[in-house]
Design a protein around this ligand. Structure first.
Ligand code: C2E
Ligand code: MG
Ligand code: MG
Length: 714
């Protein structure tokens, strides 16, 4: 909106209101004074005309006789009576022929001839300083002369001046009174507005939206105050909402920040945070010239816990491990979770590697013993790799790599141990990378082949079958063990084509042996969890059997405990289908997982293969003996056959035989060997003879029941 008087914009509303009122009242009083003066002038003039006319009439009637009798002297005397009227300046009596008959002139009046014009014979005329009056003089209705009188206007003006002075004084008094009254009245408008403006300033200065203006009237100002209060209320609400929103956003940011830097399962800092901590520790070490140890910890067998007992137990375990590890560290040490079951610890201000090793042993000790998770007794151990800065390297990434490499060495040493990085380990990480690249090409290049390890039947110790074990003949690395590449193959999914190749080759070999065998030769093939998860695995297995012509009853599939722990409907369905086809299923490395009797009962399993870790220290180790016996007892009660793995001594074999173990396998009887060597072994043990009869012998044996003495009783 454009103001009519923009220059007024800088004055206060009070000043403006006073000015407006003052100017308005002043203007009104001024106009009133002018009008009053005007009226005074007009009415004063009319009164004057009337007064003069009365005098003229009186003189005219008195002068008739003097005119009639032509007596100018008498006429002059009559006119001189006008002396008593101070306003009259001069007067004259004219004859009809316009000759001055008598005249009167006040001394002060201006001299000059007295002339009368024809049109002014009866009436009056004004000039600025005088009033002329004419009147015919009659005698018996006969006009005999003309009387002329000039009155002075000054007395009228004087009176008007006085009146003006009085009116002006009165107007000024009225103006003053009006000003005082209006000054008081304007406060009813200006004060609430000033108050509102004050409040608005306070609100904007203090940002206090809880302030409210009192609503004192029902007029527009009251309305304004109400709206102002409503506006403040809305701002206050919005402000509170905004503050809440900001707080929530801040919390969310903090949560995100926490999520970005901390691990939700263990509450420990994660890899990102860890990298920061490590680089800070390294720069501190550069100044203090003391050693920093980076320890990489990887839980042994965590995958089994996770796969068999479920992720929630896995998470609980990780949380518990984090808690235990934290408890052995000093306040300045940093621990982070850097991967699935991997932790990293940064130790500062060390003087030599032995201090780090001491901490590593403390960590291992803190995790020893059984832990109870959701009713499951879990044993966990940890493999630790240690690398020192700047002793091993001055590069942070290399330090990480070194600790990782050392950790892998610790694992290779047999787990639950720690290993300090040594410079000769450097090639290992590179080896893993090369391994992955080469693994992809290994199938096409025909670098895989199978070794077979005989399965020995108790009692009698005859070969009843073999387990197919893959070998990778790497052109540069030489023979690579399955333990070194099967996990990698599972990780990369390459286990699917590799597993298919193993099954095909093993079945072909089994078929060949069985075709020339007197006795049925069982072929045990390892199936990885990843392979078993394949939708069409059953169809593929059956198709291989069909293609190779191997009797399904001669095929044993070795499954891991983790497959059983999946326990979903498709796993059971697949196993039942295989069982219906006549294929026998065994649980490999039994005892390392957490499958219970109830789990085993749910599955169509025929054989338990006791893990070689329980066999290793038999018969001297009481715990292992108890476990092995318990497994055998449980298997019997479930009508399962038991195979013991890793039999290396006669004592072990005797012990197992005595405990009614059904079968065993191990270096004591035979190391895994190529097909040719196994053929020779089979021939030597009279299991294979060149057959004239082409009907596979095992069928005959199955028909006449004689096989029972050779085959484990499931
Ligand atoms: P596994 O199925 O339990 O196989 C038995 C392992 O124990 C073999 O190791 C064998 O050489 C070893 N072994 C046998 N007797 C003795 C003994 O008396 N003492 C000792 N110390 N070890 C003995 P290998 O061949 O290195 O295989 C390791 C694992 O790799 C196998 O354990 C199996 O889980 C996996 N594997 C091997 N071949 C295949 C395969 O074709 N497919 C799949 N999915 N896994 C395979
Ligand atoms: Mg096996
Ligand atoms: Mg095994």
């Amino acid at each position: 909106m454009k103001l009519a008087f923009p220059e007024m914009g800088r004055y206060s509303i009070r000043t403006k209101l006073l000015t407006i009122n003052f100017v308005t009242i002043g203007t009104v009083l001024f106009l009133l004074t002018i009008i009053l003066q005007g009226i005074g002038f007009v009415s004063g003039r009319a009164v004057m005309v009337e007064d003069m006319r009365a005098q003229v009439s009186m003189i005219a009637s008195n002068s008739t006789a003097a005119l009639v009798f032509n007596d100018p002297r008498a006429a002059n005397e009559i006119l001189s009576a006008l002396r008593a009227s101070p306003m009259v300046r001069r007067a004259a009596l004219f004859t009809l022929d316009r000759q001055v008959f008598a005249s009167y002139q006040r001394d002060t009046a201006e001299a000059g001839p007295m002339i009368i014009s024809t049109e002014n014979e009866n009436g009056h005329a004004f000039a600025l300083s005088y009033l002329d009056i004419y009147q015919n003089v009659f005698v018996e209705n006969k006009r005999v002369g003309i009387l002329y009188l000039r009155a002075d206007m000054k007395p009228l003006y004087l009176r008007l001046l006085w009146n003006g002075v009085i009116v002006s004084v009165l107007a000024l008094v009225a103006l003053a009174v009006g000003f005082v009254v209006l000054n008081r009245l304007q406060r009813t408008i200006s004060l609430p507005i000033i108050h509102l403006a004050d409040l608005a300033r306070q609100v904007s200065e203090k940002r206090d939206y809880s302030i409210r203006s009192p609503v004192e009237s029902a007029d527009e100002i009251g309305e304004l105050a109400k709206s102002f209060n409503e506006m403040l209320k809305q701002i206050q609400t919005r402000d509170a909402e905004l503050a809440h929103e900001l707080m929530e956003r801040k919390k969310a940011e903090q949560r995100l920040d926490h999520l970005a830097n901390y691990d939700t399962v263990t509450g420990l800092p994660n890899r990102y945070y860890f990298n920061d901590r490590l680089s800070m520790a390294l720069s501190r070490s550069n100044q203090s010239h003391e050693l920093v140890a980076l320890m990489f910890l990887d839980l042994d067998n965590f995958k089994i816990v996770n796969d068999t007992l479920g992720h929630h137990v896995g998470d609980e375990l990780l949380h518990y491990v984090a808690h235990r590890l934290q408890a052995v560290l000093r306040p300045g040490d940093a621990i982070c979770r850097v991967g699935g079951d991997e932790f990293a610890i940064i130790l500062e201000n060390l003087t030599d590697a032995s201090q780090a090793e001491m901490v590593a042993h403390k960590c291992m000790k803190s995790l020893s013993g059984a832990m109870d998770f959701s009713g499951h007794g879990v044993y966990i151990s940890v493999s630790i790799g240690i690398s020192l800065y700047p002793q091993d390297t001055t590069d942070m990434h290399e330090l990480l790599k070194n600790a990782d490499t050392a950790m892998y060495h610790a694992k290779a040493k047999g787990k639950n141990t720690c290993q300090v990085f040594l410079s000769e380990m450097k090639g290992m990480a590179q080896k893993r990378l090369t391994l992955e690249t080469n693994l992809r090409r290994a199938i096409e290049r025909n670098e895989f082949h199978l070794h077979y390890q005989p399965l020995i039947q108790f009692p009698g110790r005859e070969i009843v079958g073999v387990e197919a074990l893959i070998r990778w003949m790497h052109p540069e690395l030489g023979v690579v063990n399955p333990a070194d590449f099967i996990p990698l193959a599972e990780e990369t999914g390459l286990i699917i084509p590799i597993g298919a190749w193993v099954l095909q080759t093993a079945c072909e070999q089994a078929k060949a042996w069985n075709d020339m065998s007197l006795e049925p030769i069982i072929m045990a093939v390892n199936l990885s969890g990843r392979q078993f998860k394949e939708k069409n695995i059953v169809a593929e297995i059956l198709s291989v059997l069909k293609k190779t012509g191997l009797d399904p009853r001669l095929l044993e599939l070795e499954l891991t405990e983790s497959i059983l722990m999946e326990n979903d409907s498709s796993t059971i369905a697949k196993m039942r289908e295989l069982d219906r086809a006549g294929i026998r299923l065994s649980v490999d490395d039994f005892g390392t997982g957490y499958s219970s009797m109830t789990t085993l009962k749910n599955f169509p399993i025929s054989i338990l293969k006791v893990d070689r870790s329980f066999v290793r220290d038999l018969p001297d180790d009481g715990d292992d003996a108890a476990i092995t016996e318990a497994i055998i007892a449980m298997a019997k009660s479930l009508k399962l056959s038991v195979t013991a793995e890793g039999v290396e001594t006669e004592e072990q074999a005797l012990y197992l035989e005595e405990k009614s173990c059904n079968r065993c396998q191990g270096f004591y009887f035979s190391r895994p060997a190529p097909a040719l060597e196994i053929t020779a072994k089979l021939q030597k043990s009279n299991a294979i003879k060149i057959q004239e009869n082409k009907i596979p012998l095992y069928q005959r044996l199955l028909w006449d029941g004689s096989h029972r003495k050779r085959r484990p009783n499931p």
